[in-house]
Design a protein. Structure first.
Length: 603
């Protein structure tokens, strides 16, 4: 069984060789003093702090681990490195993404493990990994050998305060019906016929049903935005990955023989055709999570090599629209966006890649203008957020009810505001522009890299330059950037070269907007890693914005079909802040790092 933690190489001993992970300290050198000395050598503690901490441990009986974390607030990674060096085995921090195998806890009581200071983490082949809070406690060796006979023991060291969390995680995963048990059932259900053929597991098998339910529940627990199910035809195990805060990580692997059954089960839940494997399909799952919580998932299948199908499930957890004030706009941009949304007619676009929060922003704008005096209709696929007062329509391309068809129907319903989920083609774009020129405020999304490139994209689609320039109110480009974990981010002093690089990236001519000058006391923040952010240094995401307003000069550039660079230059002269510039401002506010900004923002 594989968890999502990295493979750890450590001191390995088996059979009668015992479980000793390191040598005992030399005479006269107690453990607390050795650990404190290691921390001082690494620069984590000063000499005075080391002596004071040692005196507190020796004379007052204070526990060293609690003292270091609660009084001196050292990082878990620093203390872990000291423990690893002292015990001569790897350090393992708590990680709630790890999948613990219930079979390892079959004959073990939680109370006993808590008292004994050890917990099994995972088994790989004939090796079992044991986390111990004191690897030098030889009295526990016989118990561990009896619990896992004929297996090689790999020892890792962990914190005492993490031990209860590991045990609680094991209890929770066992209560939810762990994947290892489910896969174990599947193995027993595959049997050989007399002619040697294998009886295949189907999508209706109870274990497959529970496996699919478990994946959805675990994705929600970990705060994932997407589940990626990726089968292979070469005998390799099917991979399941979760996307959390914009980054994918491997969650588990499922034996290749079950790939068809798992994919078919997801397609059944989404009301898709399980017999059709040659073309992509889209659907939706409404999943009941607990007694009073519903979860909605958007499902998309994609045919891949070897007659396989990849499945992507997007978790739609938000049910109410977010306020514009909570989206971290720059003050000037927020005011401009609100003013554009109050216009009686015109077209306002929100652009960016998939998963950048475009729909969330549009619903925030609709909430701003949603009053009894206005009739607002929306065409969406799917309807992710609902608002009282909106007349929301689900499009169905399979029956010919496309965005363009919805737009034509809307114009006969006399609305004041129209929201189109996406302008995918020239027909929809032309109808939207026409509607915005005839007394309607139209909002929509588009997949483009920046606000200025949106203009070029629409003109390349064949839209009339004069009509679009007359209709355009503004284009809001958006990205989601990883946010530094507020619990563990650390300050540092950037050198002059790093500061100059930020100035050059922002633009020397526009640097006065930032209002920051270099000095030796200037502070920035960087990622460190802690338990709350799974040692990544980042927790959550924030939006970066770029607003292109349809000024007279910009409209003239559109009518003359000016190049993208020319329109961008005009917009910057008129005060437009680019995605990269907004991100650099966030860097100086201590919210993120320049590396993360560059990963999502275009220059």
């Amino acid at each position: 069984m594989e968890g999502s933690s990295e493979k750890l190489s450590g001191a390995i001993s088996s059979g009668n060789s015992g479980l000793r992970a390191g040598k005992r300290p030399s005479a006269g050198m107690d453990r607390a003093h050795r650990l404190l000395t290691l921390l001082a050598t690494r620069g984590v503690l000063s000499q005075d702090e080391m002596e004071a901490a040692h005196e507190a441990v020796q004379t007052q009986g204070v526990e060293l681990e609690s003292l270091l974390f609660d009084t001196y607030h050292i990082a878990k990674s620093d203390f872990g490195a000291a423990l690893s060096e002292y015990f001569n085995c790897p350090f393992l921090a708590y990680n709630d993404r790890v999948v613990l195998e219930p079979a390892l806890f079959k004959n073990l009581r939680v109370e006993y493990l808590k008292k004994s200071g050890w917990v099994p983490i995972k088994r790989q082949g004939t090796t079992v990994e044991i986390l111990r809070t004191d690897p030098q406690d030889l009295d526990k060796d016989p118990d561990i050998r009896r619990a896992f006979p004929r297996l090689t023991i790999r020892v890792v060291v962990g914190l005492k305060r993490d031990l209860e969390k590991w045990l609680l995680l094991a209890t929770e995963q066992s209560a939810r019906g762990a994947i290892a048990d489910i896969l174990g059932e599947l193995v027993h259900e595959v049997w050989n016929d007399a002619d040697g053929s294998v009886q295949q597991i189907t999508e209706h098998d109870s274990a497959i049903v529970r496996l699919a339910n478990h994946l959805i529940a675990e994705a929600d627990r970990l705060g994932a935005s997407d589940i990626h199910i990726e089968p292979y035809s070469t005998g390799r195990d099917m991979a399941v990955r979760f996307r959390v805060d914009g980054t994918c990580f491997p969650y588990m692997k499922i034996p290749s023989s079950y790939r068809r059954a798992v994919v078919s089960r997801i397609k059944i839940m989404a009301n898709l055709d399980i017999a059709e494997r040659r073309k992509p399909q889209d659907g939706k799952i409404r999943y009941r999570l607990g007694k009073d919580r519903d979860l909605e998932l958007r499902v998309a299948t994609l045919p891949t090599a070897g007659e396989n199908e990849d499945v992507t499930l997007r978790l739609l957890t938000a049910k109410t629209p977010m306020l514009l004030e909570a989206m971290e706009f720059m003050p000037g941009v927020l005011q401009a966006v609100k003013e554009l949304a109050e216009r009686p007619q015109g077209i306002l676009l929100c652009v960016g890649p998939t998963g950048s929060g475009k729909t969330t922003t549009l619903h925030g704008l609709l909430k701003q203008v949603n009053t009894d005096a206005r009739k607002i209709v929306t065409a969406e696929d799917p309807i992710e957020l609902t608002q009282e007062g909106l007349r929301q329509v689900q499009v169905h391309p399979k029956i010919g009810f496309t965005f363009a068809a919805a737009m034509r129907a809307f114009l006969r319903a006399d609305p004041d505001v129209i929201m189109i989920g996406e302008m995918r083609d020239k027909e929809t774009a032309d109808i939207a522009i026409e509607a915005s020129l005839t007394g309607h405020l139209v909002m929509s999304t588009l997949h483009t890299n920046s606000a200025v490139e949106t203009v070029t994209r629409l003109l390349d689609m064949g839209c009339d330059a004069f009509n679009f320039s007359d209709a355009m109110l503004g284009v809001l480009a958006q990205r989601l950037c990883k946010r530094l974990c507020v619990h563990c981010k650390e300050t540092y002093r950037p050198d002059r070269q790093e500061f100059d690089d930020l100035v050059q990236a922002y633009g020397v001519g526009d640097w006065d907007r930032v209002g920051v000058t270099y000095s030796p006391e200037l502070s920035l923040y960087r990622a460190q890693g802690c338990e709350r952010c799974n040692q990544s240094g980042f927790k959550g995401r924030m939006a970066l914005h770029e607003l292109l307003v349809g000024s007279d000069e910009v409209k003239r550039c559109i009518q003359s079909r000016a190049r993208t660079a020319e329109i961008a230059e005009v917009a910057k002269r008129e005060g437009m802040t680019t995605l990269l510039q907004h991100g650099i401002q966030k860097v100086f506010e201590g919210a993120t790092t320049y590396r993360q900004v560059r990963a999502v923002a275009v220059k």
